[in-house]
Write a protein that binds this ligand. Structure first.
Ligand SMILES: NC(=O)c1ccc[n+]([C@@H]2O[C@H](COP(=O)([O-])OP(=O)(O)OC[C@H]3O[C@@H](n4cnc5c(N)ncnc54)[C@H](O)[C@@H]3O)[C@@H](O)[C@H]2O)c1
Length: 360
């Protein structure tokens, strides 16, 4: 049996593939490569890659049944039915989702709907095949589903009130999972990530978005002069230094949560009706934008220019998770997620891809 990782050519998906490989799982990646990296899947991770759209139901049917050796770019003969799907594939630029919501609803919601339907149809087919388990799914959601929370830390019971199409598209898929669980018994876990950051401790995987919008890679770009300065959106928030506070979670800790989530789902009984379980993934500790900048300068030995601009609409002063449910239910514990480790790993990766020499 194998695990299908959608979006496995992207930042978090590629780290999840690494974690699955380490756990001895067979993996197949489906990615349209709009934002993903072919060489990461095929060379660094060396797993079969199917280049395609999650919304392609005919393709999905073949993949879920294990008929993919002819579909992968390497035609490497792996033919294993899928036992679970990790669904990372999505577009994730908040600003773009505001100016082009159709793109976000079509890709994030429409393609996810096609995926869930394909899984349900395959699960119904498997009911008559006693030797194949039904397929479950782990879904990548986001703290953007909470919008601007009234209380901190944010727990899974905090009301969801997303304030942009990206957050709404993710919440809609969560609702699909709820309805598909009730109607078809589809087993799922929903992970709401806070700010994914850092890079694989082994140093050969990391964050490379284009365009880049995440704070830490931008800070490193500013330090190495690849961009002239870093924009700080608001320094008049009611926080200790006036800049926004966010909860940074190391991408390898996120990836490991997915393994524990799969294990946990496997232990859940298959019933006619199933309700997805939602877990926040964060550390519970927040760092301000200014603190990240200071720590990055310290670790890299470089300096950067900042430019304060006005607050961005809908940017809450503080977003910090309570992840107690993931700690107690999944026995998950972030081990790399202190700010210095995150920055050290991100810096090592940054130097490697831009051929710079990291300060030892
Ligand atoms: N990075 C974060 O901090 C963060 C926080 C919260 C949630 N998330 C969610 O985690 C997931 C992964 O985020 P990421 O930062 O790794 O993004 P990413 O852009 O690096 O990876 C997403 C991958 O999915 C692929 N893709 C997108 N739509 C597709 C489709 N319809 N069919 C096939 N492939 C498709 C892209 O080519 C890309 O390789 C996303 O669902 C995102 O919404 C990320």
């Amino acid at each position: 049996m194998s695990i299908l990782v959608t979006g496995g050519g992207g930042y978090i998906g590629s780290h999840a593939v690494r974690a699955l490989q380490k756990a001895g799982k067979k993996v197949i990646v489906l990615d349209n490569l709009v934002h993903g990296h072919r060489e990461v899947v095929e060379k660094t991770l060396a797993v079969p890659l199917v280049i395609g759209q999650v919304g392609n139901k005919r393709l999905l049917t073949e993949l879920l049944r294990g008929n993919y050796s002819e579909l992968t770019s390497k035609k490497n003969g792996l033919n294993e039915p899928v036992e679970a799907v990790m669904h990372f594939a999505a577009y994730a630029y908040v600003g773009e989702s505001v100016t082009n919501p159709a793109k976000y609803y079509r890709n994030n919601v429409g393609d996810s709907l096609a995926l869930l339907e394909a899984i349900v149809i395959e699960n119904q087919r498997r009911e008559s095949l006693a030797n194949l388990p039904s397929i479950s799914i782990v879904f990548s959601s986001t703290c953007a589903t909470y919008g601007v929370p009234e209380k901190l830390p944010i727990s899974e019971l905090t009301p969801t009130e997303p304030i942009n199409p990206y957050g709404r598209s993710k919440r809609m898929v969560e609702q699909l999972l709820e309805d598909f669980g009730v109607a078809y018994g589809l087993k799922s876990i929903i992970f709401r990530y806070f700010n994914a950051a850092g890079a694989d401790p082994e140093g050969d995987l990391g964050e490379s978005h284009s365009p880049e919008t995440h704070l830490i890679p931008l800070v490193l770009d500013a330090i190495t002069g690849r961009i002239p300065e870093i924009k700080v959106y608001g320094d008049d928030y009611p926080t200790k230094d006036g800049t926004c506070i966010r909860d940074f979670i190391h991408v390898t800790d996120l990836a490991n949560a997915h393994l524990l989530g799969l294990e946990w789902l496997n232990k859940e009984p298959s019933l006619k009706s199933f309700s997805p379980t939602i877990f926040n993934l964060g550390t519970g500790k927040g760092y301000s934008v200014q603190e990240v900048i200071n720590a990055a300068q310290e670790i890299t030995g470089g300096i950067l220019k900042t430019k304060v601009s006005s607050r961005r609409a809908g940017d809450p002063p503080i977003l910090v998770a309570s992840s107690n449910k993931a700690y107690s239910t999944l026995n998950w514990k972030p081990i790399y997620s202190d700010l210095n480790t995150i920055l050290q790993h991100a810096w090592r990766w940054h130097c490697q891809i831009h051929s710079l020499k990291a300060k030892q």
